[in-house]
Write a protein that binds this ligand. Structure first.
Ligand SMILES: [Co+2]
Length: 488
């Protein structure tokens, strides 16, 4: 097109530029080095638009500078020969655009910002777009029936493509993103903890390292972002709800079986996810049993699926495992009075239980629900009871205002409301926010029904329990295993 051509001849332009040629080539050099700088700063990928505002603005400025200077360079370098041969000049704008494009394409591929070792960089800084990775996607199970009619009316296959269901998900996107951020923190923290957990470590040190890493990576901010519940690190026959109280001297042993159960949250959207650590390979089948049972529970879960059917499927997998411990063979048992659970906002147990044995409730899972699918395999009785000193507490979710006469209990409740609200906490967490000599006041709050204690849950002494747990979302179009990692 004519408008793309420049009417002025190249030699005229060049003479207009005159002695500025040298300055221009110097500027081109500067621009090129700026491009290199930009490449180093850019957060992720090749698309400038995905970068932070500053980088994007810088890139736009740079693009404008580059276009101008490259135009000059093209003129300077092509003018004499083109003029000599009498050919028409190539449209400068087009040439400049081409050059600019090649500059962008040739730009060094940017390394995304890396997590430090030990991890200390908030995950928000590692995902500059603010979008956190989706968990594992599973399609809802087709019904067992092979009949065409049954498939059409009862299966969930239609959900995948339903425009209505997709629209529902678009509305939920900010919530999904919050829980995905919490899940990314969980993955990074557990990866680090697996590196440092060794026989000989003081349990308190392990917990504090884990919790402080969560605090950094999640950019802890009051009740808006942080730890969702105390770090469970229950050992051996203790299945759940044990964490050291201040002053505890328990040291992790080579022959221990430790369940690491910790939670993260963004705006009350909780990730509840756990795994088991054992150093002695003798325990591997015990760990595998609960890992695979949990995976089966996840596979079975779905909209309109009866909770009892999930429990039955879990038990079948769990109890197909045997483990030989010091020469004695045990069939792994599902612990019949432990469950997975639905999760609500700032509510770790939102009312529905996911059994891990057959014969449970016929209540159905529903669209939009969040679940913690967790299973416990045991070499003991497969039944737990409360034992040992209590460390875990939580305010009852639906307790209204209860007038308190005792000033100390009143003041402790204010501390709990401010720091934990309805999220679970432990004695160590009260210590670190400056509470002292609070045990009597805490007991008053428990007696008043405002706070509930959650003592350790134990199978028989001498037995071993393993646990794996994931948080899943029953999205309108698919299941998302939000806490899935490359480890489990
Ligand atoms: Co749980």
């Amino acid at each position: 097109m004519a408008t793309e051509e420049i009417s002025t001849g190249p030699s005229e332009l060049l003479s207009n530029l005159g002695s500025k040629e040298e300055e221009i080539s110097k500027n081109i050099g500067q621009v090129e080095s700026k491009v290199d700088d930009l490449t180093l700063d850019e957060p992720q990928g090749d698309d400038v638009a995905r970068g932070s505002d500053d980088v994007a603005r810088g890139a736009i400025r740079l693009a404008a500078d580059s276009a101008l200077l490259i135009s000059f360079r093209l003129l300077s370098s092509t003018a004499p020969s083109a003029a000599d041969s009498g050919r028409r000049q190539p449209p400068v704008a087009r040439m400049a655009a081409k050059e600019l494009l090649s500059l962008r394409i040739c730009r060094k591929k940017k390394e995304p910002p890396q997590q430090s070792d030990p991890p200390s960089i908030p995950v928000v800084e590692l995902f500059a777009t603010g979008e956190f990775p989706e968990g594992e996607i599973q399609q809802y199970k087709d019904e067992n029936s092979k009949e065409v009619f049954h498939k059409l009316c009862c299966s969930n296959l239609w959900r995948t493509t339903s425009e209505e269901k997709r629209e529902l998900e678009r509305l939920e996107k900010p919530i999904y993103n919050s829980v995905r951020q919490a899940a990314e923190v969980h993955r990074q923290v557990r990866k680090y903890i697996r590196q440092i957990v060794k026989p000989g470590i003081l349990m308190t040190d392990l917990c504090e390292t884990l919790e402080n890493t969560v605090r950094k990576l999640i950019s802890e901010n009051g009740l808006q972002a942080g730890i969702a519940f105390p770090t469970g690190c229950s050992l051996n026959w203790v299945a759940a709800h044990w964490t050291p109280n201040t002053g505890d001297n328990t040291v992790l042993q080579y022959d221990d079986v430790m369940k690491l159960d910790f939670g993260t949250h963004i705006d009350g959207h909780i990730v509840d996810c756990a795994f088991t650590v054992a150093f002695n390979p003798m325990f591997n089948p015990l760990l595998e049993a609960s890992r695979e049972a949990t995976n089966m529970g996840i596979k079975e879960a779905g909209i309109d699926v009866r909770l009892c059917d999930v429990g039955a499927a879990i038990q079948e997998v769990m109890e197909s495992y045997e483990v030989e411990i010091n020469g004695k063979v045990f069939q792994v048992k599902s612990i019949r009075n432990l469950n997975g659970h639905s999760i609500g906002r700032y509510q770790i147990h939102a009312g529905k239980s996911v059994p891990i044995v057959k014969g449970g409730e016929q209540t159905k899972m529903e669209e939009g629900e969040f679940y913690a699918i967790e299973t416990f395999g045991s070499t003991g009785k497969g039944y737990v009871r409360e034992d040992l000193e209590c460390s875990h507490y939580m305010k009852n979710f639906d307790v209204g205002h209860i007038p308190l006469r005792l000033p100390r209990a009143k003041q402790l409740l204010a501390t709990i409301n401010k720091n934990f609200s309805t999220l679970a906490f432990c004695r160590r967490y009260l210590d670190r926010v400056g509470e002292t000599k609070y045990l009597m006041a805490l007991k008053n709050l428990c007696d008043a029904g405002i706070v509930q204690p959650y003592p350790p849950l134990c199978d028989v002494k001498g037995s071993y329990v393993s646990q794996f747990e994931h948080t899943i979302l029953l999205r309108p179009t698919c299941k998302e295993v939000v806490s899935r990692g490359d480890d489990y």
